[in-house]
Design a protein around this ligand. Sequence first.
Ligand SMILES: Nc1ncnc2c1ncn2[C@@H]1O[C@H](COP(=O)(O)OP(=O)(O)OP(=O)(O)O)[C@@H](O)[C@H]1O
Length: 445
Amino acid sequence: MTPSLDQRFADAMGAALGPDFPSDIGLAVSGGGDSMAMLTLAHNWTHRWGVRLWVVTVDHGLRPEAAAEAALVRDTCAELGWPHATLRWHWDGQGNLMDAARRGRLSLIGRWRGGLPAVLFAHTRDDVAETFLMRLARGSGVDGLSAMAPVREIRDVAPPAPLTEDECCGDRPPGIATEGFRVVRPCLDMGREELRHYLRVLKGRWVDDPSNEDPHYDRARVRKLLAELAPQGLGTETLAATAGRMSRAREALRARAVAAWHGCGREGVAGDLILERDAFAALEADTRMRLLAAALQYVSSAEYRPRAAQLEALLDRLDAGAGGTLHGAELRCDRAEIRIFREYAAVAGLRRAVTEGGLWDGRWRVSHPTPSGLEIRALGEDGWRQSAERRAGGPPHAVARALPAIWDGDRLVACDALGIGPGGTTRLCPGGIEGQSYPAFLLSH
Ligand SMILES: Nc1ncnc2c1ncn2[C@@H]1O[C@H](COP(=O)(O)OP(=O)(O)OP(=O)(O)O)[C@@H](O)[C@H]1O
């Protein structure tokens, strides 16, 4: 017999958060059927665990009904006895609207969360199947076709800016944001229809968002297509199960790439990476692509992978012994090795006031209290010249130029990698994670 939804929810929470539940958990609830069902499931589950829920709704200001939907969530929370906040998002008109709304939502929730370690989202099996079909249409491979993970770590690259009065109306969780938080998706193995049925039985309320049916949006068209494909055997469960198999294949390929890295690469002294050319050339195609894509993301802190066609062209150049630049990274070959490091042009204009704990270029954290009025920016040609007499080893010129240095106006004060200054002014935090090694990065990218 299939376990009840309540039991499946409890199991998913246990798998995501381990045996020690945090005392307070966030819930992203839009007012739609999936997240209203998640709210009810979470409410019933708290009786067992004594966890306090903090509910949040984002009003994207895109549809007139959105305010009423947020009010429905607020009123339901008031009945259930949970605090609730409505956050307001304003589109700056840049990029794809749906994409911008998703990112904006996550960023607002990240700023609202206070000290909450986890926020639940109600992505379902149907979302997994729809994403799978959309990626298939783009010609994605194993990685793109993989199901979304039940837990995703979100790292703060800078301390989150507090929400303004205009952005937040309602209750805010206590505590101070630390390193980041977890997006948890406890409904991934539940169907949309199943969740609505659960709500109907419990006489719960929800609102159907009309844009889910609006053919202007990719996702709405894919939903319709899925309904047409189901009778041919291409139903939600089948596609979601294949996406799950793809995730397992991706994990295996990542593990293989890490093993290959140990046989052909090493980390440089300044966040750069070095590959032995012959050993790298002998690897199989998927592993080479994976190592290279992750290496470019690792040195440039880029959120996304470079495109496959660009990577293939770069691999051809590397095989011919030529270097190049891609994705904010530079690659140089000598007879034996390929060195991958941050492209100077990408950071040349990056200047920040020095604040302890602040992140520069997404991967260097200022770790030394310094007098005020100093600036952190790339070493550049000027810093390389100024350090000529004082350099105590360190990486070559091409790598050093893009490293963080502390400046007092035009005077170079410190650059750790070159042994200039008091030492320990900046430490490497790839992807915002303290001490993350390249193999660890590779396993998650
Ligand atoms: N405006 C919003 N405010 C708060 N959370 C949201 C909002 N929109 C989406 N979410 C969260 O992200 C999840 C996935 O978003 P998506 O737009 O794919 O939802 P959906 O499948 O339409 O779900 P729902 O029926 O809950 O709206 C939602 O289930 C919810 O947890």
